[in-house]
Design a binder for this molecule. Structure first.
Ligand code: AMP
Length: 187
């Protein structure tokens, strides 16, 4: 089973992804983590993306698509993919479809964690203290939220037509969101 956790920064995608990795014996694909890792390693890609990431802007689609290609078609991870933060643009969603089709896979569940701006600000302020992420200051958070709303609207329109699309109130507590996901997954 492959699934997508979709929603703005602070919606709780990462938290639910970690739960699902354990529950379903799956693999979390967090493009945010993959990109932060490139910065940490000071790789060529890391140098190219650091400014955009720190400014709360999206990283170029081609870079992101290339970085995750091998993960998607990795036979060991086949049908165990849990996407967290990808796709975030229409071009990424289409790229994902192509790669999945090409490897005889599909998306079985799309969970949209819909959350309001106030909740996001509170959660990210808390995460900033716990995780010390350089892109977690209030201005960057607001920028990331706006970028998300502008760029991902077409992705939302694209996926909301899919029969496997489920919207969940992301303002709920972690356990309540998990419980709803479990009902949909029947696990
Ligand atoms: P996240 O950890 O998912 O909140 O992502 C942190 C930052 O990484 C975002 O604000 C973007 O700058 C970048 N990023 C993560 N995933 C993507 C993606 N799929 N496309 C473009 N940029 C991304």
């Amino acid at each position: 089973m492959n699934l997508i956790l979709f929603g703005p920064p602070g919606a709780g995608k990462g938290t639910q992804a970690k739960y699902l990795v354990n529950k379903l014996n799956g693999f979390q694909i967090s493009t945010g983590d993959i990109l932060r890792d490139e910065i940490q390693k000071s790789s060529e890609i890391g140098k190219k993306i650091i400014n955009d990431m720190n400014d709360g802007k999206f990283v170029n689609d081609e870079i992101v698509n290339n970085l995750i290609k091998n993960v998607i078609i990795d036979p060991q991870k086949k049908n165990k993919l849990i996407f967290d933060g990808y796709p975030r643009s229409l071009s990424q969603a289409k790229n994902l479809d192509l790669l999945l089709n090409g490897s005889n896979q599909k998306i079985d569940f799309i969970f949209f964690l819909n959350v309001n701006k106030d909740t996001i600000i509170k959660r990210i302020e808390k995460r900033k203290i716990l995780e010390k992420r350089s892109d977690d200051d209030l201005n960057t958070i607001l920028k990331r939220y706006d970028t998300y709303m502008e760029t991902t609207k077409p992705v939302l329109d694209f996926y909301s037509k899919n029969p496997n699309f489920y919207e969940i109130d992301g303002n709920l507590k972690i356990e309540q969101i998990t419980a709803k996901i479990k009902v949909f997954l029947n696990v």
